[in-house]
Design a protein around this ligand. Structure first.
Ligand code: NDP
Length: 259
């Protein structure tokens, strides 16, 4: 593992880390020198992923919508991995699809809960600890990166809870960034275009999205690889982004530029 004096002995948390963008992000942060707490609904998958990264990383079962589960997971990371300098609010679901008039309100609530309540609870639990810690050169007291989407600014037909959640996460990003700017906690978001992960494959199988059409509509002519999103997340979490807070970085192959 490369020597990273800046991140040595520091912990990073990634939610929804067992798969897709979260897993790619956990790998990137580990290679940046962080001890990574990989949180996911599936304990076994999170533990297996942590073991792939090495013994200094930890997989923990956590449902980000449940306050007690969040507090227990964050406390465990702090106790076993050390000071938490980075939080990536990545956990997400996309299972509310179909005509709006036919949609189930419980599915609507569930999607909003994972994306908004989850990011809120995680940020609150982590920031309580960050605010107690002394600033570190370049890193300040810490960095939080949230996952937006092209749905944050452009409405996806039939996916209204997902679009609302992803728009809301940008509001939360800006509010927390403003509140904690002078405390040395930076809060930013990335807004990926389409990435072919389990979340997307599920939507493809339901006929809710058309992969060929998406590639055609994307100026770069293809979907993203999870590692390309992880690169942007790791940049925003790093000291290289030390004067960036409250921002949203599109990582969408030109989708939002095309309008
Ligand atoms: P994946 O479905 O591949 O991974 C999401 C992970 O989050 C899964 O491991 C899932 O666990 C976990 N998760 C779901 N609910 C919870 C919860 N309540 N608590 C803890 N973990 C949970 O998704 P992606 O990698 O595609 O997406 C990651 C993020 O990026 C999401 O926020 C998504 O909205 C966003 N995004 C994705 C895009 C894409 O095209 N893929 C585009 C733009 C944004 P389990 O599998 O057990 O449900």
């Amino acid at each position: 593992m490369p020597d990273h004096p800046c991140t040595s002995g520091l912990a990073a948390i990634v939610t929804g880390a067992a798969d897709g963008i979260g897993w790619a992000t956990a790998q990137h942060l580990a290679s940046d020198g962080y001890r990574v707490g990989l949180l996911d609904l599936r304990a076994e998958a999170a533990t297996a992923r942590a073991a792939e990264l090495g013994p200094q990383h930890l997989g923990i079962a956590c449902d980000v919508t449940q306050a007690a589960s969040v507090e227990a997971a964050v406390a465990e990371v702090a106790a076993k991995l050390g000071r938490i300098a980075v939080l990536v609010n990545n956990a997400g679901i996309g299972d509310q699809t179909g005509a709006t008039v036919d949609q189930n309100v419980d599915a609507f609530d569930r999607v909003l809960s994972v994306h908004l309540r989850g990011a809120f609870l995680m940020s609150q639990a982590v920031a309580r600890r960050m605010l107690q810690a002394a600033p570190i050169d370049g890193l300040g007291r810490g960095a939080i990166v949230n996952l937006g989407s092209i749905a944050s600014t452009g409405g996806l037909p039939t996916r209204n809870a997902y679009s609302a959640g992803k728009a809301g996460i940008l509001g939360m990003t800006r509010a927390m960034a403003s509140e904690w700017a002078r405390d040395g906690i930076r809060v930013n978001a990335v807004a990926p275009g389409y990435v072919r992960t389990a979340l997307l494959i599920e939507l493809e199988e339901k006929g809710a999205i058309d992969a060929a059409g998406i590639a055609h509509r994307t100026p770069m002519g293809r979907m993203a690889q999870p590692a390309e999103i992880a690169d942007a997340i790791a940049f925003l979490a790093s000291p290289r982004a030390s004067y960036i807070t409250g921002a949203t970085l599109p990582v969408d192959g030109g989708w939002s530029a095309f309008g």
